[in-house]
Structure formats: C-alpha cells, structure tokens
Design a binder for this molecule. Structure first.
Ligand code: OGA
Ligand code: MN
Length: 283
C-alpha cells in the first residue's frame, strides 16, 4: 500500500471532503497543491487528518493560496506571527478561563464579511480539542440559494446588506468594539447573493456580521436575513466536523457559513489557530 497516495473522500452530499495522503507540514508538490485547491473549490470544506503543523508551517501552507490577512481583534493575534490568530479558553498557566473566546463564532457567520474584501479561505488547526462539543458546523449557501423558489431567488439578487463589526459584536454579546476597531472596520455593503468568482455559482451571503438590508425597514430586513439563515442552515445543508487531534480544517468563506457548537468552557480545553487568506470584493 502506498501511504502517500493523494485521496479525496467526499461526503455523500458533495459538501465537505477528507483529503488523505498529504503531509501539509512537508514539501507539498505543485501538482498536489493544485489538486488540493481544486478539491477546495469543489467541496467547499476540506479536512486533513493526522497533520503535525506548527504555526510557521500552517502560515506557509495558507500563504500558498494568496496573501493572508490579520484579524481586527489585535488582542488575539499570535505574538510572533501576527497573521496567525489564536482563539482559546486556556490561560498562560494552562487553566481554563471558563469563557469561549469570540462568542461570535458560536453563531453562523462567514469570516470577515464586515470588510470590503472578505476572507477567501480559512485554515484552522486545533492544538487542543474539546472532547465533548466544540464541533465546527458548515452550511452550504450555494445549495441553500439554489433551492429557493425561482421568483424569490431572482428578487433577492437586487438586495444589498450592510455588514458591520460593531453591530456583529452587539448581536453576539461580545465586548463592545473599540474606537480603533470601528475606524478599521466601518460598515460595508455587500450583495445578499454573491457570485463565486471561480465557479460562477450564486450563494446567500449572510451571517452574524450582517446589520441590515439596504433600503428596507430595519426590522423587516433583519427578519428577512434571519429567515434566509434558518432556511440555509437546515440539517440537509450542513456538514459537521468533529475534531480529532492533529486535524487541519479549511473552508471557502465565499459560499459557506460556519459556527462552533457549545462546549463546557470551564472543563474542556479548546484552542484553535487560524490563518485567513484574503479574498475579492463580493459581487
Ligand atoms: C474561525 C471560526 C470556528 C471554530 O476561526 O473563523 O469561526 O471551530 N472558528 O473555532
Ligand atoms: Mn469564523
């Protein structure tokens, strides 16, 4: 048996796939890298098991997809590698803090939709995995859009939505955005339905960072977004990632939303290190 054979094991739905036979911390040949990128576009969520990456290698792998972006929240940036963001509930003494960092990750969102050119891919590894809970869920926003009734799907193409870091934090009951953060991430407008720049497929583009629908009464717009989110996050559109030690997880933010499921933040130790590849302006 050849242990280095490149394998794609796709979910039955086609949404999400496990990639085998690749050592992301080693030398990934150009051809293999191209196959990974192709699988990424096709399956939207990729899982690599049994990887032994450190931060520098995670960064190097993520960087092959394009320029990385730092997070707006400076407090959770890696000390030496600012393009790596660390979210965890473990303090310097190794004790749990009892609090999940970034409560906004517990609700459906797509990374950094509150900036003009939001994230393309996120590459995540978890040096400490919760034993119970703390799964990462993904919902396929292309299938969700494709399943809408035709007239409605056409009408939604007209709408634009404001995404806002400040509002996002209010909605998830996080510490308020600072003045610096608000200046760095003022509200932005994106189409409610975006077209994937590589495949041309249309997807609902929404989640916790949304504030309101442009030109629509606030409550009405919020209700519309909430309703579409409920539609798009039905079980049939979801892929659930149950973390194992040494997993690397990667997703396309342009056509998916994701969230973390609850876990006992006093008991479990859950840490993720993330690197984010910058994307284009949604159209
Ligand atoms: C993220 C995120 C999910 C997780 O890093 O963008 O939402 O499972 N993380 O920690
Ligand atoms: Mn996220």
């Amino acid at each position: 048996m050849n242990g280095t054979e490149f394998i794609i094991k796709a979910e039955d739905s086609g949404f999400g796939a496990e990639i085998g036979g690749v050592d992301l911390g080693g030398v990934v040949a150009e051809e293999t890298f191209a196959a990974i990128r192709e699988a990424m576009i096709r399956h939207k969520v990729l899982v690599f098991r049994g990887q032994h990456l450190d931060d520098a290698r995670q960064l190097a792998f993520a960087q092959r997809f394009g320029p990385l972006e730092g997070h707006i929240n400076r407090g959770t940036r890696h000390d030496a590698l600012p393009k790596i963001q660390v979210f965890g509930n473990v303090d310097q003494n190794g004790n749990t803090t009892g609090v999940h960092p970034e409560r906004g990750t517990l609700v459906w969102h797509t990374d950094k939709s509150y900036v003009a050119t939001p994230s393309m891919f996120t590459v995540l590894r978890s040096p400490s995995v919760a034993r119970e809970g703390g799964d990462t869920l993904f919902a396929d926003m292309e299938r969700a859009y494709a399943d809408l009734e035709e007239d409605r799907a056409a009408r939604l193409l007209e709408l634009h939505v404001v995404h806002d870091w400040k509002r996002s934090r209010e909605k998830s009951n996080e510490r308020a955005a600072t003045a610096d953060e608000i200046a760095a991430a003022p509200p932005v407008e994106h189409p409610l339905v975006r077209t994937h720049p590589e495949t041309g497929a249309k997807a609902l583009y929404l989640g916790n960072h949304t504030s309101h629908v442009v030109g629509m009464e606030r409550a009405e717009g919020e209700a519309l977004i909430a309703e579409l989110e409920r539609h798009g996050t039905q079980a049939k559109y979801i892929y659930r990632h149950r973390w194992r030690d040494n997993d690397v997880l990667m997703w396309d933010n342009r056509c998916t939303v994701h969230c973390v499921t609850g876990y006992d933040a006093a008991k479990e130790r859950r840490i993720v290190h993330r690197a984010v590849v910058q994307g284009d302006r949604p159209v």
